[in-house]
Structures are given as C-alpha cells and as structure tokens.
Design a protein around this ligand. Structure first.
Ligand code: ADP
Ligand code: MG
Length: 233
C-alpha cells in the first residue's frame, strides 16, 4: 500500500443539463463540478428549482448530462446507453426518495428483496440478505408487515433497507425526510450517521438547512451552479 489515496466515488466535471420545452431551453445545470470520496457524507442544498433533482438524476444514472463528464466508481458513465446506465445503477447505487416508493401489497421483507431479483442469487440467499438489511435498520420485528401497517418512519426504514441490500457504493437520498415529522426525520438522520460511520458514502439532497446540517460537507446550488461549499471531508 502506498500512501492513503482516497477512493473517488463521484467525479463529475462541468456537468450541464438543458431541457427542451417546445421553443424554450431550460438550463437546469450550467456547469457543475463535484468530487465525492468514499466514506463521505455530503448534502446538496438549494431552493426549489435550483437543479438538485436534475443533478441527483445524473449522479444516480437515471439520466444523462447534456455536457460534461461523469465518472462513477471509476467508470465513465456520461455517454452510456439507457440500458447500460440501468446496469451501473443496479450495481453501484441505492436510492431513497421522499415518497418511500414501496409496493403496497407486499411485505417489508419482499420489498427489500426486490433489487436482488436480477442478482442471480437463490431465493433463500435473497431472503437472508433482506432480513439482514431489515435488522440493520431496526425492523427485525416488522419483516412481514405491509407498508400500510407501518408508520412513515418505518416505511422509510424499509426503503433504506431496500437501498442497502445490493451493498451499493453510494446511497443517494432525495428529500428523504420530506414526508416525515421532525422527530422521525431525526431518527432517519441518526440512521444515516450510523451507516456513514460504517463506511457508506451518502449524498443527501434537501432544501432544508437543518437536515443538510447533518452532513459533514454541504454544497449549495443556485440556478444550476454551485454557489457555496462548507464543512469538511
Ligand atoms: P430542484 O430539485 O432543486 O427543485 P430541478 O432539478 O427539479 O430543481 O429543476 C431545475 C430546473 O429545471 C427548474 O427550472 C425546473 O423547472 C426545470 N426542470 C426540471 N425537470 C425538468 C423537465 N423534465 N423538463 C423541463 N424542465 C425541467
Ligand atoms: Mg427536487
């Protein structure tokens, strides 16, 4: 081993995104350069319309930039086809959204197993990993509950377990506390702190400064540009 070179998970250079709306071009990102190392806990802040979700979609390989370069976990992904992007997404990224996005008529443990369906793992192993992920988020006793039988905070924990079950390099959370009360939001942030302490790289997108304050490094977007950075790696 030579030195302590940190692994780079996200290396984005000069990202631009233009949405074409009829005759109008919306410049949602105007040149964003961002590097995130393995093990960081970073927040992307900014008012509504500043470009946070657009950036998240590109970082999460849900969409491609109009210009610039994006290297994820060492792979150049800026120019991949949609299906190739889907493969990268499944291997590297766990998503957590504001709305939980759980299947309603499906138990917690089955929801968590979903990302493993294409993994080639057998049923027993999928089940074992899903149980392990639910235990990790403190829901060992709720494995067989359906989403409607769980509180909002518990549903978000199931969604976090689902995002972890593939052992992603990166956890990407877009307004994960947007539907939760203050106390439950803090519980979810506590969980993020624990996961980060175990080595998980976390990118948290939020418009709420007090939620963003949980991250060690904070970046602020305005009108598609990074206008501020504070904190440390
Ligand atoms: P935020 O998540 O910070 O609210 P967004 O990334 O959603 O910001 O939006 C940034 C800008 O891009 C806004 O002006 C928004 O209206 C526009 N925008 C976002 N998505 C689309 C889209 N699919 N088509 C057209 N314009 C879009
Ligand atoms: Mg948004």
């Amino acid at each position: 081993m030579s030195g302590s070179n940190h692994k780079i998970v996200i290396s984005a250079r000069d990202l631009t995104k233009v949405y074409h709306m009829g005759d109008v071009d919306v410049h949602a990102l105007r040149g964003v350069t961002l590097e995130v190392q393995a093990g960081e806990f970073i927040a992307i802040l900014g008012a509504s319309g500043s470009g946070k979700s657009t950036l998240m979609h590109i970082i999460g390989c849900l969409d491609r930039p109009s210009g610039g370069e994006y290297v994820l976990n060492g792979e150049q992904v800026s120019h991949l086809s949609r299906s190739a992007l889907a493969g990268v997404r499944n291997r590297f990224i766990g998503f957590v959204f504001q709305g939980f996005n759980l299947l309603a008529r499906t138990s917690a443990v089955e929801n968590v197993e979903l990302p493993l369906i294409y993994s080639g793992l057998g049923t027993q192993e999928r089940h074992r990993r899903a149980r392990e992920a639910l235990e990790r988020v403190g829901l060992a006793d709720r494995m067989d509950h359906h989403p409607s039988q769980l509180s909002g905070g518990q549903q978000q924990r199931v969604a976090i377990a689902r995002s972890l079950v593939n052992k992603p390099a990166l956890l990407l959370a877009d307004e994960p506390t947007g539907n939760l009360d203050t106390k439950t939001s803090l519980e979810i942030m506590d969980l993020f702190h624990e996961l980060n302490a175990e080595g998980m790289t976390i990118v948290l997108i939020t418009h709420e400064a007090d939620i963003g304050a949980h991250a060690r490094r904070r970046i602020t977007l305005r009108d598609g540009l990074i206008v501020g950075e504070e904190g440390t790696r």
